[in-house]
Design a protein around this ligand. Structure first.
Ligand SMILES: Nc1ncnc2c1ncn2[C@@H]1O[C@H](COP(=O)(O)OP(=O)(O)OP(=O)(O)O)[C@@H](O)[C@H]1O
Length: 948
């Protein structure tokens, strides 16, 4: 640590110099700016690296401690207090009681009681493990989006992980940044922050660098705090508290863990499971009521009915659902889409409209100035990327234009040597822009014209700035060091800037901007824009003093010229656009850029294919009322929204939702946050987006690419499909378990065709792994060839119910037939059968094996919705084959191993028995294939078939 820093003493476990806390010694907000630097042992050049490292050792990383695992025990106990678990625990207790009351005691009853208890424990363990792993997944995904900030160290501006900040660091803040630590402002340009996370107040509040009176630090207008966001302006600030010692750290410690939210899908499954449990209860009661009058022993019948009920409860369902969603989340992460909420996985599958930005999402955001226009003459610029290698043809007339543009920029060029391959966003030669890429391109062009930006800035230092915002579409800076007072430089969207110009530099002369000259500028702008170039104009004027008001700075300007920059489209986007078209997802381009630029780019990536898309500007949107906007959106054509601001975006999202659309919208700026929050799926840019946008979104794209949105939609659709697959798989076999029992009861057969313990062995032994494997099925090849699922469509739609009945019905018929065929082939009357009878034991073994084998074929059958399963390859999901194989091996063990025979009352099956069961399973697959063939035929004859 440097000398003269006595006030920096670590607090108890915190990283706040005690003297600055506002309660001990002088409060940081009362200091003059120079004293702030002195008090924190730093300077306007920032800390020296060695000093920063020492402070880092002393104060620790700028992180909040992990939320802690205090929820673990609560989660575990929660698994046992859930409705299913309680029902099962009560059932187990009653069965134990029944065993105690039985005379003579039946060891089968005890086995059942233990089995039910086992079910509860196993279920709780699976549920707990799933929730834990889902949470860890969420945590690790969060960590994949690094939170960085800009810091001055050794007098240089650097980009560092926020965790490396220490008290004394000088940070540079801009609109859209999350404030990385508690800081005192030392320089502020029109800054306002949103303190909602700290104070709950959501309106932006202005901040200043001037000293204020002592008082609670949270209310000090010259301080900004961790956890809050900069919504406008730019600033420099000195960190005075980091990590747990920040105000936010205090709140964070106090905050109780928020209750875990269930997604609508999880709620639907839970509801369905509860309904099935209710039905099971009713069936159990009915069986009891039917069997007691036939003279069956009371306790045994009660235990039997209870067993049936327990067996029908879909135990593993919620856990399988969580696994399936978690797999979806992981697959999306692999495709560069980080989903922050499970909710988004579902919503993605039903997306009907994607409103997408242009720069960075459809294009590479690698801007290169290719043409400069000044005084009526275009000048070509050579070279690609950010390497300042290339030329401006005849640079002299455009030097003033590029000088103004460069001085009015905040970006910085980082050469390959300083980059050392650390940043993935570097261009091909390893150069990288720190800050806005549009500004980066201007700096490169200025360098190519022979300008040295550092020297220019030293000669005419900046004294004020009015930052860029996407509503005004302008940025201005004021510079001193000139002979005639101060010069203001303004750059921005040509139309906006032109409206504020009264003169133009034309071939060395300063001319009044006549209508004719305005028309010439507009024509030049249109010419550049129609080539798909992003166009910026630059202008200047002398101003009277360094603190001239924004209105003065941005009026009566002299236009210097136009700059056209090319941003190559992303190569992967056109395929993704085609996929979205096939999937009947509408793509609406929403851009702040010029209509001609937007249209040219849209054509390049395939969003526009017709000769004349509907192009609507923000100004036109302003003239439309809600009905007019609805009518515009109802016309299902190609739509480009240009020159729009984030407010327009928000309005369009709301209007689309009013029309029942499920809207995904991309955003990167701080003021995109409302639209991101409002949309069904807010998508933020991970690479270039602001912290605020990332916080507001439910999905973050690591690579910013539109193709990743399309990939996530595809995976979202497949997650939903997979969930339906295992629901059909699991519920259909319940029918196969129930029907033989009902048939035996009504046929007057005195014993059960399948015992409760056997059913539990199926539910928890042979069915679990194939169900999980179905949840992990890769997307079906035609998943993007269908229209989006309707928003209101229920998980258990009539199609799903129909399929459950179809497949379950076939299984049920088969096993019931097998059972009675075996019983009848012995020629014994029903009343002679006892539990120990070999024929009976063989018959119930056949029933259990029949369900296990047919479930194997069932799992294969449900892998596709409409397509033939042979098309995706019968053997293409190895997990499913392994899971099914395990189930059959388990069944064989139950049939052949004496201890298991004793437990399940089973008998060895003959090879012919297996052959019969396999033939029956194949029949089920054939029936389902026929049904799918019929569906496909119907689809080709009725092209507007339903979503599924
Ligand atoms: N740093 C800047 N300084 C001045 N003007 C700018 C700057 N960046 C962009 N502009 C101008 O403002 C217009 C709107 O830019 P903005 O960044 O709001 O658009 P956007 O919606 O992000 O565009 P896109 O869809 O291309 O991502 C641009 O066309 C450009 O003319």
């Amino acid at each position: 640590m440097g000398t003269g820093t006595p006030v920096l003493t670590p607090g108890d476990g915190g990283h706040r110099p005690e003297a600055l806390s506002g309660t001990h010694g002088p409060a940081v907000q009362t200091f003059a700016t120079t004293d702030v630097f002195a008090a924190l042992g730093t300077s306007p050049r920032g800390l020296a690296s060695a000093d920063a490292a020492a402070r880092r050792d002393r104060y620790g990383p700028n992180e909040l401690p992990p939320a802690g695992r205090r929820g673990l025990w609560r989660d575990l106990v929660g698994q046992f207090t859930d409705l299913f678990a309680v029902v099962l625990l009560v059932a187990s207790a009653i069965t134990f009681l029944a065993y105690e009351l039985q005379k003579p005691r039946d060891v089968g009853t005890l086995q059942l009681a233990v089995a039910i208890l086992g079910v509860v424990v196993l279920n709780a363990a699976i549920g707990f493990a799933q929730e834990y792993s889902a949470e860890r997944t969420a945590e690790s995904l969060q960590a994949m989006v690094p939170h960085t900030c800009r810091v001055l160290r050794d007098g240089e501006r650097r980009e560092l992980p926020a965790r490396d900040l220490v008290p004394g660091d000088v940070v540079v803040l801009e609109a859209g940044d999350a404030v990385p630590a508690d800081c005192r402002l030392v320089e502020a340009h029109e800054v306002s922050v949103n303190n909602a996370a700290l104070t709950g107040e959501s309106d932006a509040v202005g901040r200043t660098a001037d000293p204020v009176a002592a008082g609670p630090v949270l209310q000090a207008r010259n301080c900004v705090f961790m956890g809050t966001d900069v919504v406008a302006g730019s600033a420099k600030a000195v960190v005075f508290a980091s990590g747990a010692a920040t105000e936010f750290g205090g709140i964070f410690r106090l905050a109780a863990a928020a209750p875990r939210q269930r997604t609508p899908l999880q709620r639907q499954v839970a509801l369905m499971a509860r309904r099935v449990a209710g039905t099971a209860l009713a069936i159990g009661a009915a069986l009891f009521a039917v069997r007691v009058p036939t003279g069956q022993p009371f306790v045994e019948t009660f235990v039997f009915a209870l067993g049936v009920m327990v067996a029908l409860v879909p135990e593993g369902l919620p856990a399988t659902l969580s696994v399936s969603l978690a797999i979806g989340v992981r697959r999306m992460a692999r495709r560069h889409a980080l989903v922050k909420q499970l909710l988004a996985v579902e919503a993605l599958g039903s997306t009907t409209v994607v409103c997408t930005d242009k720069t960075g999402t459809l294009t590479q955001a690698e801007m290169t100035v290719v043409q400069v226009w000044a005084g009526g003459v275009p000048h070509a610029v050579s070279g690609v990327g950010y390497a300042p290698e290339g030329d401006v043809a005849d640079p002299q007339p455009v030097r003033e234009l590029l000088r103004a543009a460069a001085l009015c920029s905040n970006a910085r060029l980082v050469p390959p040597s300083a980059n050392a391959g650390r940043y993935p966003q570097s261009d091909r030669q390893g150069w990288r822009v720190l800050g806005d890429t549009t500004e980066g391109a201007l700096l490169v062009a200025a360098a190519k014209a022979g300008l040295d930006r550092a020297a220019e800035e030293a000669a005419t230092p900046r004294v004020a700035e009015y930052p860029f915002d996407s509503v005004r579409k302008l940025m201005s800076t004021v510079h001193g060091g000139t002979v005639d007072g101060y010069h203001a430089y303004v750059k921005g969207a040509p139309q906006e800037l032109l409206a504020r110009c009264t003169r133009i530099d034309w071939s060395g002369e300063r001319l009044p901007l006549t209508e004719e000259l305005r028309a010439a500028v507009t024509a030049a702008n249109d010419e550049l824009a129609s080539q798909g170039l992003r166009v910026l104009a630059a202008a200047w004027r002398p101003v009277s003093d360094s603190h001239s008001a924004q209105d003065e700075v941005e009026s009566e300007l002299t236009l210097l010229g136009l700059v056209g920059m090319f941003d190559p489209p992303r190569t992967e986007v056109s395929d993704a656009v085609t996929a979205c078209r096939r999937a009947r997802i509408r793509i609406v381009m929403v851009t702040g850029d010029h209509p001609l630029t937007a249209e040219a780019v849209a054509r390049r990536v395939g969003i526009v294919s017709r000769s004349a898309p509907t192009v609507v500007t923000g100004a036109r949107l302003d003239t439309l009322d809600d009905d007019g906007l609805d009518a515009l959106l109802a016309a299902q054509g190609e739509l480009l929204l240009c020159r729009v601001s984030p407010e327009h975006k928000m309005r369009v999202v709301t209007a689309l939702q009013r029309r029942g659309e499920v809207v995904a919208v991309t955003g990167d700026g701080a003021n995109d946050a409302p639209a991101l929050k409002h949309a069904d799926i807010g998508v933020a840019m991970g690479a270039s987006g602001t912290d605020v946008a990332r916080e507001a979104a439910v999905m973050v794209l690591l690579d910013d690419s539109f193709a990743s949105i399309a990939a996530a939609v595809r995976l979202g659709r497949s997650v939903y499909q997979n969930i339906r697959k295992f629901l059909v798989y699991l519920f259909s076999h319940n029918i196969a378990e129930l029907v033989p029992i009902l048939a035996a009861t009504f046929a007057g057969f005195p014993l059960v065709p399948i015992s409760a313990v056997q059913i539990l062995a199926i539910d928890l032994g042979s069915d679990v792994l194939p169900a999980l494997a179905l949840g992990a099925e890769p997307p079906e090849p035609d998943v993007m060839d269908r229209p989006p699922r309707a928003r209101r469509e229920r998980l258990f739609s009539s199609t799903v119910m129909g399929r459950i009945l179809f497949l379950g019905g076939i299984q049920a018929l088969g096993v019931t037939a097998v059972f009675f065929w075996h019983i009848h082939s012995s020629g014994m009357p029903y009343s002679d059968f006892t539990e120990d009878d070999t024929v009976y034991r063989e018959a119930i073994t056949m029933v259990q094996a029949g369900i296990v084998v047919s479930q194997f074929f069932n799992a294969l059958a449900v892998r596709t919705d409409r397509q033939s399963v042979f098309r995706i390859g019968l053997l293409s999901n190895p997990w499913l084959l392994a899971g099914g194989g395990f189930g059959i091996a388990l069944m064989a063990a139950i049939s052949y191993l004496p201890p298991l025979q004793a437990l399940f009352n089973t008998a060895p099956l003959a090879a012919t028995d297996w052959a019969v069961l396999a033939a029956f399973g194949a029949l089920l697959l054939a029936a389902e294939e026929t049904r799918k063939w019929w569906l496909r035929r119907r689809q080709t004859t009725t092209p507007k078939g339903e979503a599924r």
